[in-house]
Ligand binder design. Structure first.
Ligand code: TXA
Ligand code: MG
Length: 329
């Protein structure tokens, strides 16, 4: 099989081929339970550099290294607290990224020049068998261009990165749809850097302490930048209460509006409305695909109806906050 920028269903022989490509320093996009990742051999600085150029991402933004077993933590990290192993045993494979002090020999290319390393075991059969065949760590940010919407299908990866990626492993749509929870265990005070499917209260139950959620350090976490995960169409977030009235006002000023509706019931002839699921898990699963769909229509604006703001919606609201600007007219 020649691996030339195409999407292939990830069966066993294709996964073996993908592991070989990684060993040769090439880029392989892989499915995870959260979003698709753009993978390279994490121990090969030249391969890792290609990730940054394919994404158009600045080289000082650190990457997550995906590993195949809890024991491999020690190949990458030092000063690993006991509680980290408890968390790993409880939540891995799963949507939790843990940050530690890195081993001195870990290439700076993968940590964006920082002395810390982000690790996780993804919970996806294709990713797990690729990790097993490859044997080492796979550095993989989300497989989208810098600041764009993360991909939740193989087709999205192709749209984002095209020929910049050597092979796209198709494992179907991602089950969770938003990126992993990131917990920084590298300092004295543990900190939540990015909310995700694993909630703060689940983490606090294991840590037996309250988590700080502010970003007090100067760490360059692209997921924490104000504009991120964003469609190219200007996107606005609007309270659910009074949504139809806001829409009426907007209609007088703007020609084409795409709507991500939560409670709002459109009239039968209204176009460009995506009715989002009521439950947070299903909402998360389809959020990026829905934003992408509206974005591709090249409308004047996208209007997102604010979903609930309770804990199970936290990761969704975090991403919506970054993809949109609040509207109040
Ligand atoms: O669910 C996910 O985490 C997906 C899948 C592919 O695993 N990956 C992902 O990677 O979202 P990326 O690169 O798009 O986002 C990773 C975030 C970035 O905000 C990055 O700055 C942060 O993790 N990060 C990585 N290493 C870090 C470190 N050493 N210290 C602080 N933040 C770090
Ligand atoms: Mg990303």
């Amino acid at each position: 099989m020649s691996a030339n920028n195409h999407i292939v269903m990830a069966d066993e022989s294709v996964i073996v081929e993908a592991a070989l490509l990684l060993k040769q320093g090439r880029l392989v996009a892989l499915p995870t339970e959260t979003v698709y990742g753009l993978g390279a051999d994490a121990s090969n600085p030249e391969a890792v550099k290609q990730i940054f150029s394919a994404k158009g991402r600045p080289e000082n933004h650190p990457l997550i290294v995906h590993i195949g077993s809890v024991e491999q933590i020690h190949d990458w990290a030092v000063n690993v607290p006991d509680v980290a192993l408890q968390l790993a045993n409880l939540f891995w494979p799963g949507p939790l990224t843990l940050i530690f002090k890195k081993r001195p020999e870990v290439p700076m290319a993968v940590t964006g020049g920082q002395d810390t390393i982000a690790l996780r075991i993804p919970n996806n059969p294709v990713a797990l068998s690729l990790l097993k065949d490859f044997g080492g760590g796979i550095a993989a940010p989300s497989a989208n261009r810098f600041k764009h919407i993360s991909p939740t299908s193989a087709k999205h990866v192709l749209e984002e990165l095209g020929s910049a990626v050597d092979l796209i492993l198709d494992g179907g749509p991602c089950l969770l749809g938003v990126e992993s929870t990131i917990l920084d265990l590298s300092g004295e005070h543990y900190r939540l850097l990015r909310p995700g499917h694993i909630s703060v209260s689940e983490l606090e139950a294991v840590l037996k302490t309250k988590l700080s959620t502010g970003n007090a350090s100067s760490v360059r976490t692209s997921g924490m930048m104000a504009v991120h995960y964003a469609p190219l169409t200007p996107a606005y977030l609007c309270a659910s209460e009074g949504f139809p009235e806001t829409l009426d006002k907007l209609a007088k000023m703007i020609k084409t509006v795409g709507i991500l509706a939560y409670k709002y019931q459109p009239s039968s002839k209204q176009e460009h409305v995506i009715d989002m699921p009521e439950q947070s898990a299903e909402y998360a699963q389809s959020l990026y695909a829905a934003l992408r769909e509206l974005d591709q229509l090249k409308l004047d604006i996208i209007l997102v109806e604010q979903p609930p703001e309770t804990e199970s919606w936290r990761a969704i609201n975090d991403r919506l906050g970054k993809a949109t600007v609040l509207i109040d007219i």
